[in-house]
Design a protein around this ligand. Structure first.
Ligand SMILES: *Cc1c(COP(=O)(O)O)cnc(C)c1O
Length: 383
C-alpha cells in the first residue's frame, strides 16, 4: 500500500455555499425537477457569460444534442467537429444519425485549425456535402481562435456550436467562452472547473431557440390538458437540487480560474527548464482557465515518453492522463473523413503523442503539487 493519499487529476472542489441552496430546496420541498434554483442558475450563468439566455440540462452532451437538433441536423447530414476532443463533443452528432467529419488542430492554440477547416469546406462544396453545423471545441480551457473560424463559417453560411465544456471562465478578446456560436455549451461534470456532480448548460442569444430546446428536453409535451406529443423528446432537464450546487459553485468560479492558473504557473516554473519539456501555449488573444495543465515531451530532446511519466506518477498514487486520443484514431470513426492542418502534419496526432495532463485541481495544495513535480523531475532527469 502506498502511504500517500491519492492525488486526482481534477476532483470536485466545493465552496461550502452549495449547502445553502440545497437546504432551501429541501425546506421548500422543491426536490423534483424545476423550481427556483434552476431558473436562478440559468439567469446567473447567462449573466456571467453575457448572453440573453441559458437552459440547464442534465449534461454538456445533452446540451450539444439540443443545439444540433435545433440546427436541423438529421440522418445522413455532415457535421464538422474538432478532432482533438473528448467523445462528448461527437456523440450527439451520432444520436441524430449524422456523420462527423473531423478537423485538425493548430499548434498555437491546440484548437481547430482555420487552415484545415477551409480545406474541409472546399471539399464539402465540391462534393456537395455542406455540413449542417460546425462544433468548435475550446480545448483544456483555451478558447479557439474565433475570428478566422467564424469568418470561414459565415462565408459558407454554416452555424457554429461552441463546445466550451472545458472553458467556463475563459475569454477570447475579452468576451466569455461559450458565447461565440449560435449556441454555446458548458459542462458541470465532476471533473470540470465547476461541477454540479453532473449537468450542462446550453447558451444562446436566441431565447426562442432555447424555448424550443426546453420543449424537447422535457419530453416534448404539447400544450394540452392531457399528455399529448407531436414530436420526439428527451428527459434532459436539470433538477432543482443539482442547480443548487451549481449556484454555489458559480460564486467561486473566478477563484477557481485563478487557482488553476496558479497551478499551471508552478508547474511551468518547476519543470520548464528540463530539456524537451513544454506546455500547452496560451494564445495571446485571450485568457485560458487552465482547466488542465498539459505538459509536452519532445522526443528529439528526451527519451522519456508521456506514458512512462504517467506510469511513474501512478506508482506514487498520482493520477495523470494522456491528451485526448484524437477522434480520427478512434475505432468508432475508422471510416470517417479527417482534414489535417498540413499535408503530412497532423497536429492532433503530434499532441496526442507528446502530451501529459497533470493533476490540476483548484484544491491541489502546494505540498501535493511538490510531490507531483518531484516524481516528474525524477523520471525526466533521474535526480
Ligand atoms: C466534458 C466534456 C463534454 C461533455 O460534457 P458532459 O457534461 O460530461 O456530458 C463535451 N465536450 C468536452 C470537450 C468535454 O470536455
Amino acid at each position: 500500500m502506498n502511504k500517500h493519499p491519492r492525488i486526482l487529476l481534477s476532483p470536485p472542489h466545493m465552496s461550502g455555499r452549495e449547502q445553502d441552496y440545497i437546504k432551501k430546496a429541501f425546506d421548500s420541498n422543491w426536490i423534483a425537477p424545476l423550481g427556483p434554483n434552476v431558473s436562478a442558475f440559468e439567469k446567473e450563468v447567462a449573466a456571467y457569460a453575457g448572453v440573453n439566455g441559458a437552459l440547464a440540462v442534465s449534461s454538456g452532451t445533452a446540451a450539444i444534442h439540443m443545439a444540433l437538433r435545433w440546427l436541423g441536423v438529421e440522418l445522413g447530414d455532415i457535421v464538422f467537429c474538432s478532432n482533438l476532443t473528448f467523445i462528448g463533443s461527437v456523440n450527439p452528432i451520432l444520436y441524430l444519425g449524422a456523420i462527423p467529419v473531423f478537423i485538425d488542430a493548430e499548434l498555437d492554440s491546440w484548437n481547430m485549425s482555420p487552415v484545415a477547416l477551409e480545406k474541409a469546406f472546399k471539399w464539402a462544396q465540391e462534393a456537395e456535402k455542406m455540413p449542417k453545423a460546425v462544433v468548435v471545441v475550446d480545448l483544456y480551457g483555451q478558447s479557439a481562435d474565433y475570428e478566422p473560424l467564424l469568418e470561414i463559417c459565415n462565408r459558407y453560411g454554416v452555424p457554429v456550436v461552441e463546445d466550451a465544456a472545458e472553458a467556463m471562465g475563459s475569454t477570447y478578446k475579452g468576451k466569455a467562452c461559450g458565447t461565440f456560436g449560435k449556441f454555446g455549451v458548458y459542462s458541470f461534470n465532476g471533473n470540470k472547473i465547476i461541477t454540479t456532480s453532473g449537468g450542462g448548460m446550453l447558451l444562446s442569444d436566441d431565447t426562442q431557440a432555447l424555448d424550443k430546446a426546453l420543449f424537447w428536453a422535457t419530453q416534448a409535451r404539447d400544450k394540452a390538458p392531457w399528455y399529448q406529443h407531436s414530436e420526439m423528446g428527451y428527459n434532459y432537464r436539470m433538477s432543482n437540487i443539482v442547480a443548487g450546487i451549481g449556484r454555489g459553485q458559480l460564486t467561486v468560479l473566478d477563484d477557481r480560474v485563478k487557482a488553476r492558473r496558479e497551478v499551471f504557473g508552478r508547474y511551468k516554473e518547476a519543470l520548464g527548464d528540463i530539456p524537451g519539456v513544454g506546455f500547452m501555449p496560451e494564445a495571446s488573444y485571450g485568457q485560458a482557465n487552465r482547466w488542465l495543465t498539459v505538459m509536452t515531451l519532445d522526443s528529439t530532446q528526451t527519451s522519456t515518453t508521456p506514458m512512462q511519466v504517467i506510469e511513474a506518477l501512478e506508482a506514487e498514487n498520482i493520477e495523470a492522463r494522456p491528451v485526448w486520443k484524437p477522434m480520427h484514431l478512434q475505432p468508432l470513426f475508422a471510416d470517417n473523413m479527417y482534414f489535417s492542418h498540413e499535408e503530412g502534419l497532423s497536429v492532433s496526432d503530434r499532441l496526442f503523442d507528446r502530451g501529459v495532463c497533470l493533476p490540476s485541481g483548484s484544491s491541489l495544495t502546494v505540498e501535493e503539487q511538490q510531490r507531483v513535480i518531484q516524481v516528474v523531475r525524477r523520471k525526466l532527469l533521474g535526480d
